[in-house]
Design a protein around this ligand. Structure first.
Ligand code: ZN
Ligand code: FE
Length: 253
């Protein structure tokens, strides 16, 4: 399966996904229609599906225009059917859905919003994590609580380590600076930062990231690590309290 990044708005990414074997084309989180249409026309592609990770405008803004133009079907979380414009196919936690001949597992990952989902392409080992997991960061908690968000991140952590992560925004550089401030001396993080810095200097995207790299360097995925707790002077503190502390620090970073 091919995944192409489409830059939208200020720092959003939409992703055009293309299963060549079954001639199935989709777009994940189109915040606006025009850059997606330009891409599809340039490649001479038709659009079959629109996949939404959650209902925020910067993920669904292009839904109706794309649906109208291509007669595409919109896929999203069942409980968000009243706030995902144009939704046709409603899915729930653990559902299996077929994108052409790709098998997709739906993970309900609430916290950023109550209806946030992750699309995990099982054979391709590709996950679209929206605004729940970013490279070196995680989403703000708008609906739900820290415990829920941590549980959602734990679900993503359990995916295969070589899973490619495609998230909703290009926040990696600033996220890296935050991680380095609190996860002092993490060699893997430093390596990841250097990579991110070089890519951004060239104006290139830092996405996709790989789950294994995130496990080693994303502070929000490391709240259960004793070494990190010691660094934060939170030894013997429960994981979710460590996570809450870090999330609060990030909100004010
Ligand atoms: Zn969002
Ligand atoms: Fe967003």
């Amino acid at each position: 399966m091919r995944v192409d990044l489409i830059s939208c708005l200020v720092d959003n990414y939409a992703y055009v996904i293309n299963n060549d074997a079954s001639k199935t084309v989709g777009v994940v989180d189109p915040s606006e229609a025009s850059p997606v249409i330009s891409f599809l026309e340039k490649k001479n592609l038709h659009l079959n599906y629109i996949l939404n990770t959650h209902h925020h405008y910067d993920h669904i803004g292009g839904n109706l225009e794309l649906k109208k133009k291509y007669n595409a079907e919109i896929v999203g979380f069942a409980d968000d059917k009243y706030r995902i414009p144009g939704i046709d196919i409603t899915l729930r936690n653990n559902d299996d859905w077929n994108f052409g001949n790709s098998s997709v597992k739906i993970l309900h990952i609430p916290g950023h919003t109550s209806g946030h989902i992750c699309f995990f392409f099982k054979n391709e080992k590709i996950a679209f994590t929206g605004d729940t997991l970013f490279s070196l960061g995680c989403g703000r908690i708008f609906e739900g609580n820290h415990k829920q968000m941590l549980k959602s991140l734990d679900k993503i952590k359990k995916l295969p380590k070589n899973t490619k992560i495609y998230c909703g925004h290009e926040y990696s550089h600033k996220n890296a600076l935050f991680c380095m401030k609190y996860d002092v001396g993490n060699i893997n993080l430093k390596k990841k930062y250097e990579k991110i810095k070089q890519l951004r200097l060239k104006g290139l995207p830092t996405i996709p990231t790989v789950l294994d790299e995130e496990l080693k360097s994303n502070i929000f995925l490391r709240c259960d690590q004793e070494a990190l707790k010691v660094k934060l002077k939170m030894k013997n503190v429960e994981d979710y309290k460590v996570f809450t502390k870090i999330r609060d620090l990030k909100d004010n970073f």
